[in-house]
Ligand binder design. Structure first.
Ligand code: AVJ
Ligand code: FE
Length: 441
């Protein structure tokens, strides 16, 4: 959005609204029939038709009612699509709009938004419209649900409904990556005060002073994770957080989500197809407890959120933080983002995406668990609503960073913070390790 005038900004907003809707329809009404769209594949997820109408309802609330001052279209459905009134497990039993109606509703909302857009003034003195914030929030929201819907697709049983699109970036492996780098002690700038589409929880920019530490240059691979499994890592309580050990025991967990073992080989189910686990890809579908146990077994630990962000964003020569690991602007070919390929890329595939410290794949591929609880930055102010972030602050959620292959580039950046329960692994999560620099090795 940098350097755009109001007209240019509105053109960008309209184009991004269009692009994200193509994806949402490509994940729902274009690939599945009504029965599949209304079914619940797991109590962890909504029926896909809920996500679709919720996307439209959120857009109606923020872009029609709040930004354009338009009267509610269907106030009677608001409560059905309020994520706080109805937890996911309840959603299939609600009188939801059937697929065709949901599709018509979201299309009508969208047509009215595009109609009102030329008339809305993007006032710089109103934080809701400054820099097009509320439009950016709605575009990001739809992208976030597209990633969630992809997790639902991954959990689906039955014939595959998604074909793998061709990746535009043929993986180039860099053979000479050192396993970890030293991040020297010192302050860096965490968070942002001037990114126009950043969420409240990413604000404000503040200085954090860290002791020296080492961080892995790549996410942990399937190959490395298999070594943990084969060394008996799942059967040794020493590596596990007490609650993690309980989770592993109660649920019988012995491998990442969607993995099976046949004839001495690890296989994984990916969008309805079974394939050998690729050794060089980052491991995904691990819970925080598994990530934490792996790191301890490896003699390391998970990075804190601040350690992750310094390694991803801080440029020690320029003494400033970048928006993305490689610089301030998104560029194709520097990260595996945006559902271009429906899988993580082998480690080392994006040498042009390294951070100033030479750390690879901080953005894209897999969300990375950190050791940090989701908490407010100093001076936090909830905006524009408490239920985006504030109500989730606290020790029950762990922070994830960096986005996955399923995250759109507009919905992630070096400051972006995601969070989830430590038992969750249906999302596209992996890890990288860190360790104190004072430790002898
Ligand atoms: C930021 C991914 C945790 O999916 O629960 C979607 C994003 N907020 N609708 C979620 C969100 C409202 C949120 N996460
Ligand atoms: Fe939502």
């Amino acid at each position: 959005t940098d350097g755009l005038d109001e007209h240019g900004l509105k053109e960008l907003i309209a184009a991004e609204l269009d692009a994200v809707r193509d994806r949402s329809l490509g994940l729902t009404t274009e690939v599945l029939d009504a029965a599949e769209l209304t079914a619940q594949v797991s109590p962890l997820m909504s029926p896909l038709v809920w996500d679709l109408a919720h996307i439209g309802n959120y857009e109606e609330l923020w872009l029609l009612r709040a930004a354009a001052g338009v009267e509610p279209m269907r106030p009677e459905i608001d409560s059905l699509y309020d994520a706080f009134e109805h937890p996911r497990a309840e959603r299939p039993s609600l009188p939801l709009l059937p697929p065709e109606e949901a599709r018509a509703y979201v299309a009508t909302v969208r047509a009215r938004v595009l109609d009102s857009l030329p008339k809305v003034r993007l006032r710089e003195d109103d934080p809701l419209t400054a820099g097009g914030f509320v439009y950016g929030m709605v575009v990001q929201h739809e992208h976030q649900h597209d990633e969630t819907m992809l997790a639902t697709h991954q959990l689906r049983k039955g014939a595959p409904a998604l074909l793998e699109p061709d990746g535009p970036v043929p993986p180039v492996r860099d053979p000479a990556i050192p396993p970890e780098v030293l991040i020297e002690a010192g302050p860096f700038e965490m968070g942002t005060s001037d990114d126009p589409w950043a969420y409240d929880n990413e604000r404000s920019a503040h200085i954090v002073d860290l002791p020296a530490y080492y961080i892995d240059t790549t996410p942990v691979t399937n190959h490395a994770y298999i070594a943990f499994i084969e060394a008996g890592g799942y059967d040794d309580a020493r590596w596990w957080h007490p609650q993690g050990w309980e989770w592993r025991s109660a649920k019988g967990r012995r491998a990442p989500g969607f993995w099976t073992r046949e004839d001495g080989q690890w296989l994984r189910r990916r969008f309805g197809r079974v394939e050998p686990v690729p050794p060089d890809e980052p491991v995904q579908h691990v819970s925080w407890y598994e990530a934490d146990a792996y790191a301890r077994w490896a003699g390391k630990r998970l990075p804190t959120e601040a350690e992750w962000e310094k390694a991803a964003r801080w440029d020690p020569d320029a003494q400033r933080s970048r928006r993305f690991p490689w610089g301030d602007f998104y560029e194709e070919g520097r990260a595996n983002l945006g559902q271009r390929r429906l899988r993580p890329a082998p480690v080392g595939s994006f040498p042009r995406g390294v951070s100033a410290y030479g750390v690879h794949q901080m953005l894209g591929d897999v969300w990375e668990w950190t050791s940090s609880d989701f908490a407010a930055y100093p001076g936090f102010r909830a905006f524009p609503y408490r239920e985006y972030s504030e109500v989730f602050f606290g020790p029950e959620y762990k922070v994830l960073r960096g986005g996955s292959w399923a995250t759109h580039p507009l919905a992630v950046r070096g400051t972006f913070r995601n969070w989830d329960y430590p038992i969750r692994r249906q999302i596209f999560t992996g890890l990288r390790c860190a360790r104190d620099a004072t430790e002898a090795r």
